[in-house]
Write a protein that binds this ligand. Structure first.
Ligand code: URP
Ligand code: ZN
Ligand code: ZN
Length: 478
């Protein structure tokens, strides 16, 4: 099957230019003007921008937490992604808490197999990072095998003591293993010890409202653990990618490390560009509870600066939605759905499930608030949301590019379309949207996944299992 997208303006990370795109099967076959094609279906894109499909390097789908589960599974979350113009997502494999019952391995293979089974209903293409939440000799020995499974990235944590955190020595050893195997370590930077002390004190003093989530997770913890990990990476001569950057000081630490030749890279998320602790003080503040927490307007501004001047390489979403009121069903694909959510922490901020919806919102919100406002250019928008995550995570040029031979993951973007955004336009399976009532200009019109039209205006043409697991290669250090 052939499709010719005619008369559009292509936007890549490098340039903006008028051209037609010929899709043959799952791939982009040719790009040019006056392409001599007789047997193709024609899509007229006059007045539209043609973008490579978004690559979201950080989502959590079907993630168990605090006795419930994040409300988007691999189908509903990837359907929402598609409606927002994102055609590839990278989720996380949870490492099974106990070694394999056979006693032979550390459980890495079993954990990947279990995740692959859950993820196969994805409607867009997908991969995963490995959450390295235990470390011992058996695990160290199994990490290189992940390469053969197409998983080339490992996330480590300096917080969530007793649950997800591994100690600094184990992070250092992980960095060396990653270096020797062409893999990349991702860091969740907060200070777990300080968080535990402040949380216990806050609870003892009777503080229970959502703002205490932020007050017990101080910004300095993010700054010092980012620098600590960059120091470990420099010593190990290994690359390190800082996830969900939320604090101005992290931008400074990232700059400091990069200026000294450390292979340091970073990602921020829309919630850290727009929201602050003031949102946690609203009556419905639980909607904004995520880890790390939202901070201050000064942090918002410095993160924007980091995006604009190239200090920060990517924007992910950390999509991890929960219902605001999980006792009240919503209608989803004709069925009533209610999943326990933020209400679990009504009387205790430590019991509010951590996470926010965002996988669909990322591109539409950033087009208006970033490109529309002149904070970033359209090319930077493509670099941050598609090309750079694809490069760093070993997907480029198959993903994140408009090139002959790339997967035909293409978004026809209407830069003039005005919408009042919110839960009414969102396919994220939750009962709220952080951008409720925002007036946006620019919205995805058609979305192609490997040559298949999966979103046409408000119509859903995709399906569960329409996405493919993409085996990733080692990435590029940007
Ligand atoms: O609140 C969040 N972000 N939940 C997901 C876990 C994480 O650390 O990214
Ligand atoms: Zn994290
Ligand atoms: Zn996350």
């Amino acid at each position: 099957m052939k499709t010719l997208i005619k008369n559009g303006t292509l936007v890549t990370a490098e340039k903006t230019f008028a051209a037609d795109i010929l899709i043959e099967g799952e791939k982009i076959a040719r790009i040019g003007t006056h392409l001599p094609v007789e047997d193709a279906e024609i899509v007229d894109a006059a007045g539209k921008r043609i973008l490579p499909g978004g690559v979201d390097p950080h989502v959590h789908l079907d993630l168990p937490m605090f006795g419930t589960v994040s409300s988007d599974d691999h189908y509903t979350g990837t359907k929402a992604a598609a409606f927002g113009g994102t055609t590839t997502v990278i989720d996380f494999v949870s490492l099974a808490p106990n070694p394999s019952h056979t006693g032979r391995g550390a459980g890495v293979r079993e954990s990947v197999a279990a995740w692959l089974q859950k993820a196969e209903k994805s409607a867009v293409d997908y991969s995963a990072h490995m959450n390295l939440t235990r470390f011992d000799e058996k695990i160290a020995a199994e990490i290189p095998a992940l390469r053969g499974m197409g998983i080339t990235t490992l996330k480590v944590f300096t917080a969530y003591n007793g649950r997800l955190r591994i100690d600094d020595g184990s992070i250092f050893k992980t960095l060396r293993i990653a270096r020797d195997n062409g893999m990349l370590v991702l860091l969740h930077a907060e200070n777990g010890d300080v968080i535990d002390i402040l949380t216990a004190e806050a609870l003892k003093a009777g503080y229970h409202t959502p703002e205490w989530h932020a007050k017990t997770r101080p910004a300095w913890g993010a700054v010092e653990s980012a620098l600590r990990a960059f120091a470990l990476a420099a010593t190990a001569d290994a690359p390190l990618y800082l996830v969900h950057m939320n604090v101005a000081g992290e931008v400074d630490m990232l700059r400091y490390a990069r200026e000294r030749g450390v292979k340091a890279m970073g990602e921020t998320c829309p919630q850290y560009l727009f929201f602050t602790e003031d949102d946690l003080r609203r009556p419905d503040g639980a909607k904004w509870v995520c880890s790390p927490p939202v901070r201050t307007t000064a942090d918002n501004a410095r993160l924007w600066e980091g995006l604009a001047d190239g200090a920060i390489q990517t924007i992910g979403t950390d999509h991890c939605p929960f219902f605001y009121d999980g006792s009240n069903p919503i209608l989803y694909e004709g069925k009533d759905i209610a999943i326990p959510g933020k209400e679990l922490g009504r009387d205790d901020f430590t019991k509010i499930p951590n996470g926010l919806p965002g996988v669909q919102d990322r591109l539409p919100v950033l087009w208006t608030a970033g490109v529309g406002s002149g904070k970033i250019t359209a090319q930077q928008f493509v670099a941050l949301n598609s090309a750079n995550p694809a490069k760093i995570f070993g997907l480029y040029p198959r993903k994140g590019a408009l090139l002959p031979g790339s997967d035909a993951d293409i978004v026809i973007w209407d830069p003039e379309r005005k919408v009042e955004y919110g839960v009414g336009l969102s396919h994220q399976r939750t009962d709220y949207n952080l951008y409720e009532g925002w007036k946006l200009t620019g919205f995805p019109e058609k979305v192609f996944l490997r040559g298949q039209l999966i979103v046409d205006g408000r119509e859903w043409l995709g399906k569960p299992g329409g996405g493919k697991f993409i085996e990733r290669a080692p990435g590029i250090i940007l």
